[in-house]
Design a protein around this ligand. Structure first.
Ligand SMILES: C[S@@+](CC[C@H](N)C(=O)[O-])C[C@H]1O[C@@H](n2cnc3c(N)ncnc32)[C@H](O)[C@@H]1O
Length: 292
């Protein structure tokens, strides 16, 4: 499970703080396909890399599948009808929704954490393609997860990753966590803002990391994108569903908190010419092949 814990010394008393990733699966699943920029990676970049052309049977692993909309409506279309997709997510509610709304004979949904090898070991050297969309920015140990992916792949198997490097969403989460109005609710709370938000990582950082593990990097680009949402309601539901701070806010203050959070988002992002709310982010797009 995606839970973390650590022990702190405070006034000589040991205090255990638990972190459990608490994305809102129901709210997230109201939008069944991901951001336009992620769709473009799956439907334009991956076919350019030769994905979708193979007649053979692939064994695919979708890492961080969420409620399964992307797996079923986008990823599945890249592969032949005799291929098999294992789609995993660390949050059991996500997998329950995926099984309920996006079940399909070719897809098997399972609860698994990509940072935990003990659960993944059963697929060691079995997978021909790994794909992970909008998941790796949630990880605390990306290096470990990339290494796990490497060990899951067969020789010559390929892995494609799309995740945020820096985003106005993460900047807004930090604003809320540090705001004088709300910060008292978030003492010791893990905000899941990725290290890349502060550390200025660029393409070369990930290329080097993957090459040192034994990947041949076939494609590696960081891209600045603006995603447009079709309505304020969709914008609010999407970003509230992934705002991990939300679950620490008392119910009677939740609406106010969400208003402040969405206001912070809108201030950083603005709207398009039609008045629709947007998201600005820099995404990392990488495809690698296991050399041996
Ligand atoms: C923003 S959602 C993306 C879902 C889906 N790929 C899509 O395109 O809509 C990110 C998903 O990654 C999952 N996730 C986060 N950390 C994970 C981990 N360590 N292992 C597996 N899944 C993880 C979350 O539970 C969440 O469902």
């Amino acid at each position: 499970m995606c839970a973390r814990s650590y022990v702190t010394e405070r006034n000589s008393m040991k205090r255990i703080i638990h972190f459990k990733m608490n994305l809102d699966a129901v709210l997230y699943s109201t939008r069944y396909v991901p951001l336009e920029s992620a769709q473009s990676f799956i439907l334009k970049i991956l076919p350019q890399m030769g994905w979708g052309k193979s007649e053979g049977d692939d064994v695919i692993l979708d890492v961080g599948c969420g409620p399964g909309g992307t797996t079923r409506h986008l990823i599945l279309s890249l592969f032949s009808s005799s291929s098999k997709i294992f789609a995993v997510d660390s949050i059991p509610d996500m997998i329950a929704l995926a099984r309920k709304h996006n079940s399909c004979s070719q897809i098997e949904y399972r609860v698994a954490n990509i940072e935990d090898w003990s659960v993944l070991e059963r697929w060691k050297n079995q997978i021909t393609k790994v794909v992970s969309i909008l998941c790796f920015h949630w990880l605390k140990d990306q290096q470990k997860a990339f290494r796990n992916v490497y060990h899951l792949l067969r020789k010559e198997g390929e892995a494609a990753f799309f995740f945020a490097l820096r985003s106005t969403f993460h900047a807004s989460v930090l604003d809320m966590q540090n705001s004088s109005r709300w910060s008292h609710l978030f003492n010791g709370v893990e905000n899941y803002v990725p290290e890349s938000q502060f550390k200025g990582y660029a393409d070369s950082y990930y290329k080097k990391m993957l090459e040192e593990m034994g990947f041949e990097v076939l494609y590696c680009q960081s891209v600045e994108k603006i995603d447009v949402f079709s309505s304020e309601k969709e914008y609010r539901e999407f970003f509230c569903s992934i705002c991990v701070l939300r679950k620490y806010v008392p119910t009677e203050q939740l609406e106010e908190f969400e208003n402040d959070f969405i206001e912070a988002m809108l201030q950083k992002n603005g709207r398009d010419t039609n008045g629709n709310p947007t998201l600005k982010a820099i995404f990392m797009e990488i495809v690698g092949r296991k050399k041996d």
